[in-house]
Write a protein that binds this ligand. Structure first.
Ligand code: SF4
Length: 147
């Protein structure tokens, strides 16, 4: 019923839409559950079944490590060549859409995260074997590590 109402003035233009883009030197790949179109605006919907679904707020987004909707925004804005893209979780438990309200701020944060990853990859990384050998029993590399 909720969807029937929504689809009175918009249409579904994509289901299980895959994407493969590059952003800030990183490859982003994924599959978007659904894309709706209303006029010249695209709406990206990611289905979620959790009963306690939340998005980041403008107060707490700085601690976020969840950029799923930002990746979807970047993909759709590149594919459809527009910034008129809104991204939502589709809360199936409560049948409602939850918009990513901190999108712009989180996109800025994502660029910072990618830049710090680039900086880290330019620094020397220590590959010394770990001190506590007990850890090696559970390590997935212990068959190839010369411990
Ligand atoms: S086996 Fe794993 S944990 Fe142990 S030294 Fe090698 S890489 Fe490190």
């Amino acid at each position: 019923m909720y969807d029937l109402k929504r689809l009175e003035d918009r249409k579904i233009i994509g289901l299980e839409r895959s994407f493969d883009i590059e952003f800030e030197g990183f490859k982003l790949k994924g599959i978007i559950d659904r894309v709706d179109q209303k006029g010249d605006t695209y709406e990206v919907l990611d289905y979620k079944t959790s009963s306690a679904l939340k998005v980041d707020t403008l107060k707490n987004y700085e601690k976020s490590s969840d950029f799923q909707l930002e990746f979807y925004y970047l993909a759709m804005s590149e594919i459809y060549k527009t910034d008129k893209v809104n991204v939502y979780y589709y809360d199936l438990h409560n049948t409602k859409l939850i918009e990513e309200i901190a999108l712009d701020k989180k996109l800025e944060l994502l660029i910072e995260v990618f830049n710090s990853l680039k900086e880290m990859s330019n620094k020397e990384i220590s590959f010394n074997k770990c001190e506590d050998k007990a850890v090696c029993n559970f390590c997935i590399y212990n068959t190839i590590c010369d411990r």
